[in-house]
Every structure is written in structure tokens, then in C-alpha cells.
Design a protein around this ligand. Structure first.
Ligand SMILES: *[C@@H]1O[C@H](CO)[C@@H](O)[C@H](O)[C@H]1NC(C)=O
Ligand SMILES: *[C@@H]1O[C@H](CO)[C@@H](O)[C@H](O)[C@H]1NC(C)=O
Ligand SMILES: *[C@@H]1O[C@H](CO)[C@@H](O)[C@H](O)[C@H]1NC(C)=O
Ligand SMILES: *[C@@H]1O[C@H](CO)[C@@H](O)[C@H](O)[C@H]1NC(C)=O
Ligand SMILES: *[C@@H]1O[C@H](CO)[C@@H](O)[C@H](O)[C@H]1NC(C)=O
Ligand SMILES: *[C@@H]1O[C@H](CO)[C@@H](O)[C@H](O)[C@H]1NC(C)=O
Ligand SMILES: *[C@@H]1O[C@H](CO)[C@@H](O)[C@H](O)[C@H]1NC(C)=O
Ligand SMILES: *[C@@H]1O[C@H](CO)[C@@H](O)[C@H](O)[C@H]1NC(C)=O
Length: 902
């Protein structure tokens, strides 16, 4: 008896700490008072409060109108989340790689008096689980997912999508044997959106779950089979597929049958978010329940959507469960027919079935080590903020203060941590040690106390550490001082009055020990240390001076805003040039991180000749002074014996070319986005041409040199590079540099370069934006045609639709495209003086954008069933433009009838 109480107490204790109970169950009744628990009278499952699983949200009781005596306790209250876009429960102490069933239950019960259940999204960690859209306020709903745990914890996240506050009534986790549901693996999970797990018991809405089903799946009765009757087993079942689906005997012991030769019914997902791509996984269970006389035959075919799933006529085995399963897709209604064969004398039967939505698991989460460390740091300091769910992903919900890397195929890593003024109290947590990729750590302006732990000095990637304005004490670890001295770590420790080691010696520990012996030992040591420190500092100071002289840094003000990097620094910033993000005309480009955690692109030209070094330096210094929002800014440069390199701000969305050629995975650019990109690029070039004295000619304008920011703003890259990297001293007549397809034919012939050469190339880029094609379009194995010529031919025939990039899905204002196409052809006229200036181009593009905006407004106003998305022009305005266009084209044909570039 005592033992029992002890066991119960033990596992209650376990439960309230947010962990599974002795059978591995987690059963949360969301919304009950914190730390309370109770045992459900029907299932005997002990339910616990949210405590230990989540820190946000508020509890509510459902409206009394929905409160009925028969209502299970867990539905009478709920937890809702009025704050923050994402709120997550964390279920811990699982076994990574094991299978689990997770169930979220929802009973709205008009708890908020709004009379309208919210619509929100459910995520399991980083992976989208499903939309929660149950419109019946008085219905019990639940959603199951069977999955392989990717880590030793799972996070169930409720995401507000602006359609009401997310809420949840209950959350259950049940472990499954790994052999069960073999369709579920690390890359695929099964989701039960509605209660699509059925037994065929008497139709009194009886539910079978724990303990009848040890896995606590919920089986409901199915009563949509027309004219069916129920038969029941008279003796116990022998086999219930323990290894695959472990269907409980209580589920198998009843079956539906009919009075005719076939069972026919149809099933639909009743899921508003289902579509043609939704895949479902069906399992049908059969077992003979009656003694079949020797003359009688029960034999049937299982036909799903006119497809027979059994190879031979099927006869269920007496008291042995069997199953047929398969994947179906693309229907609104799935038809199920069990049809007796010719030889059969008994009708078909069906004992149970399950219908799951198949979900692929694709999202890559944060590196598990980093994520675990962050969760421990959060626990340690009790940080709330938005620190829930996966730390780095999805990017939109990144934890405040974090800076993560997002490699395409591997997990995100935490690169930077800015916890300045986070109210952290106590010792520096040892969990920081596990953030292996950390480059930047700012813990300033907190109340951290105790010593600076040694492991901080062992974080090998760390380049910036700010511990200032805390209450840290004791010496600064030698490893940190050393790294700070040799320049590999930028260290700030000011504002910690009890810290010593930076020039100040540690105060002797004030303990009253008398005895000359102690003094005799301590004094010489102190003197020795002091001497050593003085010598050390002296040496470093001398060394520092020597170094500054060598790099000519004494006059720091000369290179305002620019920075000269040593090759060693570049090596450090780029982690020994480990992540190549592209290849420019001058060599590879690498991703790196500055001390402050900012990402940069490092463009390297190695094995450089010794000549040209001076020009390069002058040019690089010149370029660092050029600042415009549409020019990629140069952070610094490196000229270190044989190495030339430029360090640029990093542009996360890559190049325009990647986006147009769909080598990027993101959505195709809309016409409006394309116009905005063109306008941005034009403004960048305009600045180079007009604001720079003398005018700076880019010479290599192309879609690959237009880079995109996160919100698809465009910046011109590589301006002045030709000059900077060129060995020649003269600028005006120089070997034509540039890229085939973009190259100004006049410049090519005459070697005379001007702003108008950039215009030509820009025209080609504009054509690329319109058509999505590369500048040189292959038409056969040996022949190709220049994009300008091709567009020209199509436009002559008045056929613009045929050239417009199909990826835009026809969603653009035709007048705006015409105008842009005209402008593009105008830019790439043969004779350079006939090309417009950048200022003119900017003005024209603004008009294109305005046309498109006006049109898209009108498109927005159309009702959704109106498919007519092209905009008619506005009466006379259109005609005027039409005329203008034809006139322009007339002139154009003559001007552009030059040879095509091959
Ligand atoms: C719940 O229990 C934990 C530990 O047992 C305790 O720290 C916490 O204050 C309790 N919370 C409430 C609201 O009682
Ligand atoms: C929610 O479901 C209803 C039908 O049940 C549907 O009309 C509505 O569009 C759905 N809402 C969302 C946001 O999916
Ligand atoms: C898992 O399978 C093994 C072997 O079949 C069995 O011994 C064990 O009891 C099963 N565990 C559960 C939780 O069903
Ligand atoms: C998961 O199962 C699916 C279908 O059974 C299979 O295509 C896929 O390769 C499996 N993935 C893994 C990681 O085993
Ligand atoms: C159900 O039975 C009734 C009467 O026997 C019959 O009229 C009806 O057609 C049957 N319905 C189906 C769908 O078989
Ligand atoms: C099944 O076949 C019938 C008749 O051939 C046809 O009317 C029906 O559309 C088919 N159903 C499906 C789901 O293919
Ligand atoms: C039906 O019964 C006949 C005679 O017993 C047998 O020859 C035939 O193979 C059976 N057909 C099927 C489909 O079982
Ligand atoms: C050490 O102290 C000096 C002056 O007191 C200060 O300038 C320097 O930044 C300190 N070093 C560190 C690593 O904080």
C-alpha cells in the first residue's frame, strides 16, 4: 500500500515536471490550474496541467451554454494564446528516432464569447502539421500525428494567422513501438485531421481508446455504410497484427456487413484544406468473426476508386486480423466497394479502417545540440520573450537576439547571440559551451555574477565577446586575454568592478589568516606574477605598436568607413574559406562573418600579379566611399602580398539570375517585383553615372551582378571592379571586358566606353526580366539568337504574350509590359547616342510600375470568381499609348537592324 502511494506520488512528481509518466504517456489537460492533476474516471489516465510544458497563454473555462454533465473534464477548459505569433508546448525526455503519436484536442465551447472558433496553424517543431479549422463550436475535435521524433523533445506550436487567438484543450503523447505504422519514418508522417479512425461496433457513438487500445488511439463508430448490420465475435480474437498496426481485439471483434453482395460507401476528407495533391493512406482491417459452415464461402474483392487492391479473391481468416493498405490521391470523394465474388455465398464484411493524410517532413530544424543548449539557457535564465519552438526556424519565428545560419541542406546553427539587457541574473550558464558555431556573444548590461568560466575561451569560432556592465568577478581567463591580444577575439569586459586581470591585479582574498609563513609564500608569488604581467603587457604593447606601423593603420581617419583586412583576418572571418557562395569573374566568393556577427561576402583573387596592386588599392579605397541604397556596399578590402580581395555586405537572396532561371527554390518573381528590381538597379546605375565624378561606368551590368535583399530589393554589385582589378592604368580605352550577350556592340567595335555601354547591358537585363530567358537563346544545336532580336521579332507581330515569362502566370498589366519592352529595346539600340540616359530610364520604369499598380488594384477589386485578370486600358489613354508604341517601334526597327550577337 505504502509502495503504491510512493509510486503514484513519484510519477505525479514526474508528471508535473513536464515529462512522460511511467508508460511514456504525456497527458496534458490544457487550462486547468497550474500544478493540478487528476485521474480520468473512464480511462484512468492521469492528466496534468500545462506547467512545465509552456510558459505563455492564459486559461479559460468554456461558456456555460456548452457545459454539460457528460462533458469530459478536459474539454471544460482550455488554454488560449492572445500574445505572440507562435506559442509552443515542449514535450521532453523522449527518445530520438522513436515513434510517437501526438494528439491535440480542441473544444471551443465559445469560451471567448465571440461565437466564432478561430482558424490557426499547428506545427510540430519546424514542420507544418495542419490547419485547425473546426467551425462547430460544440464539437470535440482532435488531430493526431504519428511521427518519428527527430530529437529527444517535440514541440507543438500554435501559430496565429490573424483569424482568432489559437487555443488548445488537450495535448497527448503516446509512444509507439518502432515497428508500428511502417509507413512512418524520418521523412514521412501520418496525420489524422478528423476522427477518421473507425470501428464497426454498434452505432451508439461508442469510442474505443485506452485501456482497450493500449496505444490510446481513439476509434469512433462508422455509421455511413448504407443498410449495414453489425456482427460480433463470439470467441476472443487470436491475432491483432501486433507488429504493424496492433489493432486492439475490442476494435476487431465487431464487423459491418450487408444483406446484399456488396458494401459500397464513399469517404471524403471533410477537410477544407484538402486539395488535389493531398495524399491519403488507407488501412482496412478484416477478420472473420463467425463460424462459416463448410459449404459456405465468404469471398470478396476490395475495390478503392475502381482499383482492386487484393490480388486474389480475399477470404478473411477466422479470428485473425488482416489488413489491406494503400495510398490514394486527387479525389474529392473516395469510393470503397467490397464486392462478393461469383463463388461467394456470404456477403463481404469490414471490421475497421483508418484514413490518414500523408505528410512529408522536409523542414530542416536547428542543429539539435544548439537547440538543446538554447533551451537550457532559457531554462537557466527564465527568458520568456518569443523563445518558444525551434530557435532558428521557421525564420519568421527566430528567437529574439539570435542570429542563425541557414545552409540549404543541413541544420541551422546559431552564429550570434545578442542578449544585451535581457535581465539575465546569476552565473554564466555552462550551456553556452555547446553553441559550437557561435561567432558573436553579447551578454552586456545584465546582472551576471561569478567568474568568467574558462570554457568561453574554448569556443573556437568566437570572434566577439561583450561581457561589459555586469557583476562578474575574479580573473579574466588567460585564453580570452590571449585571443584578445592576438586579435582573433574582440573582447569587452568593462563595467565589472570586481573583475581583475586587465592591468589590475586581483585583490587578495580577505581572510584573516595570520602567520608569517603564508606571507612568506604569498608575497614572492604576487611579486613574481606582477612582474610577469608587467613584462607581458610591455611586450604586447611593443608588439602592437610594431604591428600598427607595419599595416599603416596609424592614420585611421584616411580610410573613412573602409577597412583593410589582412589575409589572416579574411581566413578567420570565412572560417578558412569554407563556404563558397558563388563564383565571380575574378574568382570565388565566400561567406564570412564579421566580429559583430554581420554576414559578408568575400570576393577573392589570389595568385595575383604584383602589378596593378597600387591601382587596386586606390580603386578599393575609392569604392568604399560610394554609398547608395541600390549599390552593394563595400565593407573593406584586402591587399596582402599575393592576395587581393574585396569584402562586401552579404545579399541573402542571391542574384537576379538565380531567381529568373529558377535555380533558386523561391517563388517566381511577380511582374511588380521585377519592375521594382529594374527600378532599383536603374537607380543604382544612375548614381554611378551621375553622382560619381568622374562618372563610374560599371562595364559588366548583367542579371548575375544584380543582387537581392531579403525583401527582394535590388542592389548592383561589382561596380568599378573591372577597373579595380584591371592591370591597366588607362580607363577610357581598355580591352572590352564584360559578358557575352550583354556586351555593347559599339564598345566591342570601337573600344570606346561610355555610360551608354551600361545602358545597352541594362536593356538586356530588362528583357531578361520580361521574358525570363538568358540573353542568348539557343534555337537549335548550333544556332542561337540574341534575346533582343527574338523579342523584336515577336513584337513586330504584335505578339507580346508569347515572349512574356510564363512563370508570371499571366498576372501582369499588359500595357506595363509593352512599355517596359519598348524601353528595353530602346536601351539596346545599336547606336549608342540614341540610347536613353539612366535618368530617363528611371522615369519610364516608374511609369511602368504605376501602370502595373493601378491595374493590380483593379484586379484586387474584382470578385474572386472573375478570372479575367488582364486589365483593359483606360479608354483614350490606351489608344494614345498604342500610337506611341507603334511610332517608337517604327524607329526602332531601323535602328536595331544590326547583326545579332551569337
Ligand atoms: C508548481 O510546482 C513547481 C514545482 O513543484 C513550483 O515551483 C511552482 O511554483 C508551482 N506553481 C504553482 C502555480 O503552484
Ligand atoms: C474553414 O472551413 C470552412 C468550411 O468548414 C471554409 O469555408 C473556410 O474557408 C475555412 N477557412 C480557412 C481559412 O481555411
Ligand atoms: C514492442 O515490441 C516488443 C517486441 O515485439 C515487445 O516486447 C514490447 O512489449 C513492445 N512494446 C510496446 C510498448 O508495445
Ligand atoms: C519513408 O517511407 C517512404 C514511403 O514508404 C519512402 O519513400 C521513403 O524513402 C522513406 N524515407 C526514409 C528516410 O526511410
Ligand atoms: C437499403 O434498403 C432499402 C430497403 O431494403 C432499399 O430500398 C435501398 O435501396 C437500400 N439502399 C441501398 C443504398 O442499398
Ligand atoms: C468508377 O467507374 C465508374 C463506371 O465505370 C465511373 O462512373 C466512376 O467515375 C469511376 N470512379 C472513379 C473514382 O474512377
Ligand atoms: C470458383 O469455384 C470453382 C469451383 O469450385 C473454382 O474452379 C474456381 O476456381 C473458383 N473461383 C474462384 C475465383 O475462386
Ligand atoms: C583593459 O583596460 C583598458 C583600460 O583600462 C581598456 O581600454 C581595455 O579595453 C580593457 N581590455 C578589455 C579586454 O576590456
Amino acid at each position: 500500500m505504502k509502495l503504491c502511494v510512493a509510486v503514484l506520488l513519484f510519477y505525479m512528481f514526474q508528471l508535473i515536471h513536464g515529462q512522460p509518466d511511467y508508460q511514456g504517456f504525456i497527458s496534458i489537460d490544457c487550462g486547468i490550474p497550474l500544478n493540478s492533476t487528476y485521474q480520468d474516471s473512464i480511462t484512468n489516465i492521469v492528466y496534468v496541467s500545462d506547467y512545465g510544458f509552456i510558459t505563455t497563454g492564459e486559461n479559460r473555462i468554456i461558456s456555460s451554454d456548452y457545459m454539460e454533465p457528460s462533458l469530459a473534464k478536459r474539454y471544460s477548459n482550455l488554454r488560449f494564446f492572445p500574445h505572440g505569433p507562435r506559442n509552443c508546448y515542449t514535450l521532453r525526455s523522449l527518445v530520438m528516432g522513436n515513434k510517437y503519436l501526438v494528439r491535440a484536442s480542441f473544444y471551443y465551447g465559445n469560451y471567448d464569447g465571440l461565437g466564432k472558433p478561430p482558424v490557426f496553424d499547428l506545427y510540430l517543431g519546424t514542420n507544418y502539421w495542419h490547419e485547425v479549422n473546426y467551425s462547430d463550436a460544440g464539437a470535440f475535435n482532435w488531430m493526431d500525428i504519428i511521427l518519428v521524433a527527430p530529437t529527444d523533445y517535440l514541440q507543438v506550436c500554435l501559430v496565429n494567422k490573424g483569424m482568432g487567438n489559437p487555443f488548445v484543450s488537450g495535448l497527448d503523447l503516446r509512444p509507439l513501438n518502432t515497428t508500428l505504422y511502417p509507413e512512418v519514418n524520418a521523412s514521412q508522417s501520418l496525420v489524422l485531421v478528423n476522427s477518421n479512425r473507425f470501428h464497426m461496433g454498434p452505432t451508439d457513438n461508442s469510442i474505443i481508446r485506452y485501456p482497450s487500445d493500449p496505444l490510446d488511439r481513439i476509434w469512433t463508430t462508422y455509421n455511413a455504410i448504407p443498410n449495414c448490420t453489425t456482427i460480433s465475435a463470439t470467441s476472443p480474437m487470436h491475432n491483432n497484427l501486433r507488429d504493424v498496426y496492433d489493432v486492439p481485439p475490442s476494435v476487431m471483434q465487431n464487423a459491418a456487413t450487408v444483406n446484399s453482395s456488396r458494401i459500397d460507401f464513399s469517404w471524403n476528407p471533410s477537410d477544407p484544406s484538402a486539395n488535389i495533391n493531398s495524399k491519403y493512406f488507407f488501412i482496412f482491417y478484416f477478420a472473420e468473426l463467425q463460424h462459416v459452415p463448410s459449404k459456405a464461402v465468404r469471398q470478396f474483392d476490395i475495390i478503392i476508386n475502381n482499383k482492386t487492391w487484393n490480388r486474389r479473391p480475399y477470404t478473411p481468416t477466422f479470428l485473425f486480423a488482416n489488413y489491406f493498405s494503400g495510398v490514394v490521391q486527387g479525389m474529392e470523394n473516395y469510393s470503397v466497394s467490397l464486392v462478393a465474388t461469383k463463388n461467394a455465398t456470404l456477403p463481404p464484411i469490414l471490421n475497421a479502417m483508418e484514413m490518414y493524410l500523408v505528410k512529408l517532413i522536409t523542414a530542416v530544424a536547428t542543429d539539435p545540440g544548439d537547440a538543446r543548449a538554447m533551451m537550457a539557457i532559457q531554462d537557466n535564465f527564465g527568458v520568456v520573450k518569443n523563445w518558444m519552438g525551434d530557435p532558428c526556424t521557421p525564420k519568421a519565428f527566430i528567437w529574439r537576439g539570435l542570429n542563425c545560419s541557414y545552409p540549404s541542406a543541413s541544420p541551422s546553427e546559431i552564429m550570434g547571440l545578442n542578449l544585451s539587457s535581457f535581465g539575465l541574473v546569476g552565473a554564466i550558464s555552462t550551456n553556452f559551451r555547446d553553441l559550437k558555431a557561435l561567432h558573436y556573444l553579447d551578454l552586456s548590461h545584465n546582472n551576471l555574477s561569478g567568474p568568467i568560466p574558462n570554457f568561453i575561451g574554448e569556443l573556437s569560432s568566437l570572434m566577439f565577446l561583450d561581457l561589459s556592465s555586469n557583476d562578474l568577478s575574479g580573473p579574466i581567463p588567460y585564453s580570452l586575454l590571449q585571443r584578445s591580444q592576438n586579435g582573433s577575439l574582440s573582447l569587452r569586459v568593462g563595467g565589472n568592478p570586481n573583475l581583475c586581470g586587465n592591468g589590475t591585479s586581483c585583490k587578495p582574498v580577505r581572510k584573516k589568516i595570520n602567520g608569517t609563513l603564508l606571507a612568506a609564500i604569498v608575497v614572492p608569488i604576487v611579486i613574481a606574477i606582477t612582474l610577469f604581467v608587467i613584462l607581458f603587457l610591455l611586450r604586447q604593447a611593443l608588439k602592437g605598436k610594431a604591428k600598427r606601423k607595419a599595416t599603416g593603420h596609424e592614420d585611421g581617419s584616411a580610410l573613412l568607413g573602409s577597412r583593410e583586412f589582412s589575409y589572416k583576418e579574411l581566413k578567420h572571418i570565412t572560417n578558412n574559406f569554407s563556404q563558397e557562395i558563388g563564383k565571380g569573374g575574378f574568382g570565388p566568393v565566400f561567406l564570412g562573418y564579421l566580429e559583430n556577427g554581420n554576414p559578408v561576402a568575400v570576393k577573392v583573387r589570389s595568385e595575383s600579379s604584383s602589378q596593378g596592386g597600387k591601382e587596386f588599392l586606390a580603386e578599393a579605397q575609392h569604392l568604399t566611399r560610394i554609398h547608395h541604397k541600390n549599390l552593394v556596399s563595400l565593407v573593406g578590402y584586402c591587399k596582402d602580398r599575393n592576395h587581393l580581395a574585396l569584402v562586401y555586405e552579404y545579399m541573402p537572396e542571391g542574384s537576379l539570375q538565380d531567381h529568373l532561371r529558377a535555380t533558386s527554390t523561391s517563388k517566381p518573381l511577380t511582374w511588380k517585383q521585377r519592375l521594382q528590381i529594374a527600378l532599383d538597379a536603374a537607380q543604382g546605375l544612375e548614381y554611378l553615372h551621375i553622382a560619381c565624378k568622374p562618372a563610374l561606368i560599371h562595364r559588366d551590368v548583367k542579371s548575375r551582378n544584380i543582387l537581392l535583399t531579403t525583401d527582394l530589393g535590388a542592389k548592383i554589385a561589382d561596380f568599378g571592379l573591372t577597373k579595380a582589378f584591371s592591370d591597366s592604368k588607362t580607363h577610357i580605352t581598355t580591352e572590352p571586358a564584360g559578358t557575352i550577350g550583354y556586351l555593347d556592340p559599339e564598345y566591342f567595335r570601337s573600344y570606346h566606353i561610355s555610360e551608354k555601354s551600361d545602358m545597352y547591358s541594362f536593356g538586356v537585363v530588362l528583357l531578361e526580366l520580361i521574358t525570363g530567358h538568358a540573353p542568348v537563346i539557343p534555337i537549335s544545336d548550333s544556332m542561337s539568337i540574341h534575346i533582343g532580336e527574338w523579342v523584336h521579332e515577336s513584337l513586330d507581330q504584335g505578339n507580346i504574350e508569347s515572349i512574356v515569362d510564363a512563370k508570371m502566370g499571366g498576372d501582369y498589366d499588359i500595357n506595363s509590359v509593352w512599355k517596359a519592352a519598348d524601353l528595353a529595346l530602346h536601351c539596346k539600340q545599336e547606336v549608342s547616342r540614341e540610347r536613353p540616359t539612366m535618368a530617363e530610364v528611371v522615369a519610364q520604369l516608374k511609369e511602368c510600375l504605376e501602370l502595373e499598380n493601378r491595374c493590380s488594384e483593379r484586379r484586387g477589386n474584382l470578385s474572386s470568381n472573375d478570372d479575367n485578370l488582364t486589365c483593359p486600358g483606360e479608354g483614350n489613354a490606351l489608344e494614345v499609348e498604342e500610337e506611341e508604341r507603334q511610332q517608337q517601334q517604327g524607329g526602332e526597327i531601323q535602328a536595331a537592324a544590326g547583326p545579332a550577337m551569337r
